[in-house]
Design a binder for this molecule. Structure first.
Ligand code: NAP
Length: 337
């Protein structure tokens, strides 16, 4: 088409067609042919006694995507919540997108890891099963989840590696009557993805990574886009206690659109074609976080300016640092790539 005619038509195309307003159930395509709803409810650090209510409230409020993990030690309560909404007919199983994750001490026991999560969640299949970290840990150490050596360092299982774990996950996904619809990874840098892709026959459907204006990880997002790996952003608010809600650039964009800063922090990922996980156990926040808007290029540029101005290049709130006692480079294993 003649470029001036194209520009003429573009200038007259309504904004809502060029940038449709995303909703929490906007379907984003995965390389499996299935899709993932744009917004998921996070469940990390959702305490027992709170998480069941939170998941029920979220599903009643229209959430269809729930992010779980064996390591969060609350999948039993999430399972009770799922059973509750399914048995009351609030939603059908096939309308939900449920993710769980293979924990590090299960890298050599992927079938067992999956079955444990399925039993706790009271489900017969998962929509997505992720390798939680590319770090195999001793399955027979002094702790079932966080084994340590006598000197206090992490008990890494050096007899295997994350690429071998991926090949085991591929078998799990390709088995007849497989109980996983898609497999993927989490916390993968470009370097780790390159190592995995060199041996993989199945390209991960998803790479779930820490992602927010303090840590946009643009090189990982670009690499994933190029390889057909969908990115899911975790800790979009910077996790518990983060100052990001008050960050000047975030507040500016929020004021421009007359929305709260949380809406901007979540919508940022939709503008990058990623899905996003927001954790809350507070009903009013679970409701508030449903609101997503279409950000324009200047908004995204402003949000990306934040990390450039601050010069942040590493994990801000390393979840292993908070929860699992891992720094971002656990025991000499370079996760930053
Ligand atoms: N793959 C991985 O290794 C990995 C690592 C970390 C996280 N994740 C996943 O990603 C999810 C989200 O990340 P995250 O839990 O680290 O952090 P997050 O969602 O960025 O932040 C959660 C914190 O923000 C608060 N909050 C939620 N909505 C709010 C609102 N509208 N206004 C003010 N505060 C609000 C929550 O408080 P209340 O709950 O008290 O309301 C909680 O303290 C996790 O739950 C987990 O499912 C995955």
């Amino acid at each position: 088409m003649n470029p001036s005619l194209a520009n003429f038509m573009l200038a007259r195309t309504p904004k809502k067609i060029l940038h449709p307003t995303p909703t929490m159930t906007t379907e984003l395509r995965l390389n499996t042919g299935n899709s993932i709803p744009a917004l998921g409810l996070g469940t990390w650090q959702s305490a027992p006694g709170e998480v069941k209510k939170a998941v029920i409230h979220a599903i009643e409020a229209g959430y269809r995507h729930i992010d779980c993990a064996f390591c969060y030690q609350n999948e039993d309560e999430v399972g009770e919540a799922l059973q509750d909404v399914l048995s009351r007919g609030i939603v059908k199983r096939e309308e939900l997108f449920i993710t769980s994750k293979l924990w590090c001490t299960f890298h050599t026991r992927v079938d067992e890891g999956l079955q444990k999560s399925l039993d706790l969640l009271k489900l017969d299949y998962l929509d997505l099963y992720l390798m939680h970290w590319p770090v195999p840990m001793n399955p027979n150490g002094n702790h079932p989840l966080f084994p340590k050596l006598a000197d206090g360092s992490r008990d890494i299982d050096h007899s295997t590696n994350h690429v071998e774990t991926w090949l085991r996950l591929e078998k799990l996904a390709q088995a007849p009557k497989s109980k996983v619809k898609a497999i993927g990874v989490a916390n993968y840098s470009v370097k780790y993805l390159e190592k995995l892709l060199a041996k993989a026959t199945v390209v991960p459907a998803v790479n779930q990574i820490e992602n927010h204006p303090y840590l946009p990880q643009q090189e990982v997002v670009d690499f994933c886009n190029e390889k057909g790996i969908h990115v899911t952003a975790y800790s979009p608010f910077g996790s518990t206690g983060s100052p990001m809600f008050k960050e000047e650039g975030v507040v500016e964009v929020a004021n421009k659109h007359n929305v709260g800063p949380g809406t901007v922090l979540l919508s940022y990922h939709l503008a990058r074609n990623s899905s996003v996980l927001a954790k809350s156990v507070t009903p009013s926040r679970i409701d508030e976080n449903r609101k997503l808007i279409a950000l324009d290029d200047s908004d995204v540029e402003k949000l990306e300016g934040i990390h450039k101005a601050k010069g942040l290049t590493r994990f801000v709130y390393p979840p292993f640092g908070v929860n699992c006692g891992f720094p971002d480079k656990p025991d000499g294993i370079d996760l930053s790539g």
